[in-house]
Ligand binder design. Structure first.
Ligand SMILES: [Zn+2]
Length: 405
């Protein structure tokens, strides 16, 4: 046995004599070392029973050698000369295109348009390493292939997941939409949530849409209700490729069916100014009241009309409880500035002014905080692959109900 020496690789300490379960892990440790310690290593040997890595700089004697111990089936580090006499030249020979692909995988998942030039720049700033554009291009192709395989695997799991949901939750609406065997959309409304909403919630739903950050660039649509205690009540959620009129119509049609909303008589929806939603609402729920989050209207309006005086006037107007107070607020706005008043009147008062709201919903909220609150509770879930993400949301919703029982 050689004398014990150490090399710190991330949070793990590797030392001579330490056994590695598999050759891959051993190689990964050496890769990490080269990246972390910034040295130009290469593999002199890398087989299923032997690994030898050396420093590629002239005259430098750094070397690690490990071989498979046949009795234990593990790799044992036999030689480790952890001294560099070289200086860093921003190159790491052992970084093959495949290894670079794994380094950039998360970035590629977030942005599939990441090109070779951007990858080269990113590797330089993140790891101080210079990689040729050709190698970056190759790494990109490998990375995209890996992501594609991940998608296929996740998608295959979706069929089983949907089947399991249907079998263990009879009466639930679980829809998986595909086109040419490619995932297109997903919708779920559990039977228990449908019944609970119909029996005990106010006739109001908060809608919201949010981007997913994981393997898909899709969007999550959610519908959240209010129970008798004015607490958040999750009703349904869906994944669509893009937020537009067609997808909102699809989501609303399923919701209408699940919750018996008819044409929307005596029913209220609250949303932000999502793409295509206003028109979809008009088509699917023509008789429903549609409130638009006053905070979003204010954000748009204030782009032209900044300042605390405008802000106070806006909220006083939006939150006015009766027509007399509302009219007075509008008059005051006109006095403040005719353009301020005119620009606010571009938004239908039925969308944002409390005194214009119907009484059916038994709710005077002028903002869509509840819809947004749901999305903020699932921040971590949004980054996961699709099945894990849907399971995390389901568990979160169920846990909440268990806690409030
Ligand atoms: Zn060296």
């Amino acid at each position: 046995m050689v004398e014990v020496e150490y090399v710190k690789v991330k949070s793990v300490i590797y030392k001579v004599g330490m056994m590695e379960k598999v050759m891959v892990m051993m190689e990964m440790a050496v890769d990490d070392y080269a990246i972390d310690e910034k040295c130009n290593l290469y593999y002199k040997k890398s087989t299923s029973d032997r690994i030898e890595a050396k420093c590629g700089m002239e005259g430098c004697k750094w070397r690690i050698y490990a071989s498979l111990d046949k009795d234990s089936g593990r790799f044992i580090v036999k030689t480790f000369k952890n001294v560099h006499t070289c200086s860093w030249n921003c190159k790491i020979r052992l970084l093959t295109a495949r290894k670079i692909a794994h380094l950039i995988l998360d970035d590629l998942r977030a942005d599939s348009d990441l090109n070779a030039r951007k990858i080269k720049k990113m590797l330089l700033s993140k790891y101080s390493v210079v990689i040729t554009k050709t190698k970056c291009q190759k790494a990109r192709e490998i990375g995209l292939k890996i992501i594609e395989e991940e998608h296929a695997e996740q998608f295959a799991r979706m069929y089983d997941y949907v089947l399991e949901l249907r079998q263990s939750n009879p009466g639930s609406t679980v829809i998986l939409g595909t086109q040419n065997d490619v995932f297109q959309k997903f919708y779920i409304c559990f039977n228990a949530l449908k019944d609970g909403w119909k029996m005990s919630c106010r006739p109001i739903l908060h809608l919201d849409g949010t981007f997913l950050r994981g393997w898909m660039k899709d969007e999550l649509l959610t519908a959240v209700g209010r129970d008798a205690n004015d607490q958040m009540y999750h009703v349904a959620w869906a994944i669509v490729d893009v937020e537009n009129k067609i997808n909102w119509e699809w989501f609303l049609t399923l919701l209408v069916d699940d919750l018996n909303l008819g044409v929307g008589q005596g029913f209220t929806m609250v949303s932000d100014q999502q793409k295509g939603l206003i028109q979809a609402m008009k088509n699917i729920l023509p008789y429903a009241e549609h409130r638009i989050c006053a905070k979003h209207i204010y954000e748009n309006w204030k782009k032209k009309h900044k300042g605390s005086e405008n802000r106070i006037s806006f909220w006083k107007t939006a939150k006015a409880y009766n027509q007399v107070v509302f009219d007075k607020c509008l008059e005051d706005l006109k006095i403040l500035s005719p353009t301020v008043h005119e620009d606010l009147m571009r938004y239908s008062i039925f969308h944002w002014s409390r005194c214009s709201f119907t009484e059916f919903a038994k709710c005077d909220a002028v903002e869509n905080n509840m819809g947004e609150a749901f999305n903020s509770t699932i921040t971590d879930a949004r980054e996961k692959p699709i099945v894990e993400m849907l399971e995390t949301i389901r568990r979160q919703v169920i846990t909440k109900f268990d806690a409030t029982d």
